[in-house]
Design a protein around this ligand. Structure first.
Ligand SMILES: Nc1c(NC[C@H](O)[C@H](O)[C@H](O)CO)[nH]c(=O)[nH]c1=O
Ligand SMILES: CC(=O)[C@@H](O)COP(=O)(O)O
Length: 161
C-alpha cells in the first residue's frame, strides 16, 4: 500500500501502552529542518497523548540524516531509553548522493536494530521533491512522525515479551 492510500497520522490509541514510565530518545537531522521539526512534533504529540512525561522525551539534533546512525547509537548507550526514533528527511538533488545517503542510513539503522536490544525506529523521508516531504510531515498524507511514534510504542511492548 502506497502512502497515498494510507493516512500516516491515523492510529488507535486503545492499542497503545500507557507511556508514563517509558523513556524515549529522538534523534533529529538538521537537514531540511522545516520538515524534520514537523516530523518530531508529530511523534512528540503521540507520546504525550499516551501519557509520556516531557522530561522522559530526550531530543538530540544531528547535522544530517547520515549522522542519525551515530547519534542513535550514543543515545542507546548513554540515556537508558526504551526506544530511539531516528528522524530525517532526504530529498533528491542533482547527483547520486541521495541514493548513497538513503541506503547508508537504511543499513545503519538496520545494523543498530541487530546490535542492540533497544529498537531504533526508522523515521526517514526519502523523497523526490520537497512537496512530497511536506505532504508526509503533517500534510495531505499525514505525518510520518506520528507513524514512527506508534511503531515505537508497539516495539517497546514487543521488546517486553
Ligand atoms: N542531502 C541531504 C543530506 N546530506 C548530508 C548527509 O546526511 C550528511 O550529513 C553529510 O554527508 C555529512 O556526513 N542529509 C539529509 O538529511 N538530507 C538531505 O537531503
Ligand atoms: C541527498 C543529498 O545529499 C542531496 O540533496 C545533495 O544534493 P546534490 O545531489 O544536488 O549535491
Amino acid at each position: 500500500m502506497a502512502t497515498a492510500n494510507k493516512n500516516l497520522s491515523e492510529y488507535d490509541k486503545s492499542t497503545l501502552p500507557n507511556a508514563k514510565d517509558l523513556r524515549f530518545g529522538i534523534v533529529v537531522s538538521e537537514w531540511n529542518d522545516k520538515i524534520t521539526n514537523g516530523l518530531y512534533q508529530g511523534a512528540y504529540d503521540v507520546l504525550i497523548d499516551v501519557g509520556a512525561l516531557p522530561e522522559n522525551i530526550i531530543r538530540w539534533n544531528v547535522p544530517g540524516s547520515f549522522e542519525l546512525i551515530f547519534g542513535s547509537k550514543k543515545m542507546i548507550e548513554t540515556q537508558n531509553v526504551d526506544v530511539v526514533i531516528a528522524i530525517g528527511c532526504v530529498i533528491k538533488g542533482e547527483t547520486m548522493h541521495f541514493e548513497f545517503v538513503c541506503e547508508g542510513v537504511t543499513q545503519g539503522i538496520k545494523d543498530l536494530n541487530v546490535a542492540y536490544n533497544i529498537p531504533t525506529i526508522f523515521c526517514l523521508l526519502t523523497d523526490n521533491n520537497e512537496q512530497q516531504s511536506i505532504d508526509r510531515s503533517g500534510g495531505v498524507h499525514g505525518n510520518k512522525g506520528t507513524e514512527a511514534a506508534v511503531a515505537a510504542l508497539k516495539m517497546i511492548e514487543l521488546n517486553k515479551r
